[in-house]
Design a protein around this ligand. Structure first.
Ligand code: COI
Length: 348
């Protein structure tokens, strides 16, 4: 791998206490081109603008997928990744669905290790601080033919972050009109277009005071599926319930980690279809104790109210289960607790 280091770091200009999520990027980036039917030798170079042609296929047809992962620093300043092999598997699963050539495992992990070693000063120790890592791949071939491109660029960029939402909890709107994904589509993939398609309905929801939409099934808007940047969990009568993953729902790494942690803590977990009517009724009867979202960016995020058909359902104050699961997850990530599942991987 060719490595070109920056001559002078931007780090001294960064206010690490006031980070707007995903706006500041570290000194270096990882780049690898796919040309002539193969991935070329990857490169790490100073973070900089790209030059692509206006006809680059991604700009026209959105052939692009991405991942979100995080690196953490423990109290000894050692850098740890959380379940990176899951992100690697998932980006290739997403790529396959978008007809993008799969990326070699050795390039991915070597690239990550070298990039994090170079930019490790950007990872601040202490719970709440992390480095958000964004691997992504897009069709770079100059072509407006509506078919899979012959050239791609795979990149990794990194952003030092704190919380995704500063308030610590959000209120959500349950979708009745728009849909995020349909069966047979690309909902399970981290396809760039899945996110773009949410921006309009989400901005309409924001105007009404909601931070995210909980998407429902595209057929009848009857079943709860996932929120824009997170999977969702409901605690009903002491049982933790979440929708099963399928081809419409992202197989969240935080989601499956939370399920494992909850089960180990002796909490009953059900992965089953959940009707909107079920949670409204559970709210009515007092059985709905907590609602929270999970995701790499948000970690575990309590939801304080949901709205459906112009009616708002306010949840009880305090989310002890969400807090407990988050504390355990973060303890594993920051190495303050044991890692019984062997989820963390150090960068040496
Ligand atoms: C993540 O949690 O990594 C996500 O995919 C959310 C991102 C769109 C900000």
């Amino acid at each position: 791998m060719k490595i070109t280091q920056i001559s002078s770091s931007k780090i001294k200009d960064i206010d690490f206490e006031n980070l707007d999520f995903g706006r500041i990027f570290t000194d270096h980036m990882f780049v690898c081109h796919f040309r002539n039917g193969k991935w070329e030798t990857p490169e790490i170079k100073p973070y900089q603008a790209l030059t692509i042609e206006p006809s680059a296929s991604v700009l026209h047809y959105g052939q692009a997928v991405f991942e979100g992962m995080k690196a953490f620093k423990d109290s000894q300043n050692k850098v740890w990744l959380f379940r990176p092999e899951e992100n690697f598997k998932r980006i290739n699963l997403s790529s396959k669905r978008l007809q993008i050539p799969e990326f070699p495992e050795a390039h991915f992990f070597k690239g990550l290790e070298k990039l994090l070693a170079l930019d490790q000063e950007w990872i601040k120790p202490g719970e709440g601080n992390s480095l958000y890592i964004r691997p992504f791949v897009f069709a770079s071939q100059p072509s407006v033919q509506a078919s899979a491109a012959g050239e791609y660029i795979f990149m990794i960029i990194c952003a030092p972050v704190k919380a995704y939402y500063s308030g610590g909890e959000i209120s959500v709107l349950i979708a009745e009109e728009y849909s995020r994904a349909a069966s047979g589509g690309v909902g399970f993939a981290k396809a760039a277009g899945n996110y773009a398609a949410q921006f309009y309905p989400t901005s309409e929801a924001l105007k009404k005071g909601f931070q995210q939409i909980i998407w429902t099934d595209a057929n009848n808007h009857e079943y709860l599926e996932e929120a824009g940047t997170m999977n969702i969990f409901f605690k009903i009568n002491g049982i933790l319930v979440t929708s099963p993953t399928n081809d419409r729902i992202l197989d969240g790494i935080t989601r499956k980690s939370i399920i494992k942690i909850a089960k180990k803590e002796g909490i009953l977990v059900e992965e089953r279809p959940i009707k909107v009517s079920e949670i409204k009724e559970a709210h009515e009867s007092g059985a709905l104790e907590e609602v929270f979202g999970t995701g790499t960016a948000v970690v575990v995020l309590p939801i304080n109210s949901f709205s459906h058909q112009e009616k708002t359902f306010t949840l009880p104050k305090g989310t002890p289960l969400a807090n407990k699961l988050k504390t355990i997850l973060m303890g594993i990530q920051y190495k303050t607790l044991d890692d019984p599942f062997q989820w963390t991987r150090s960068i040496d």
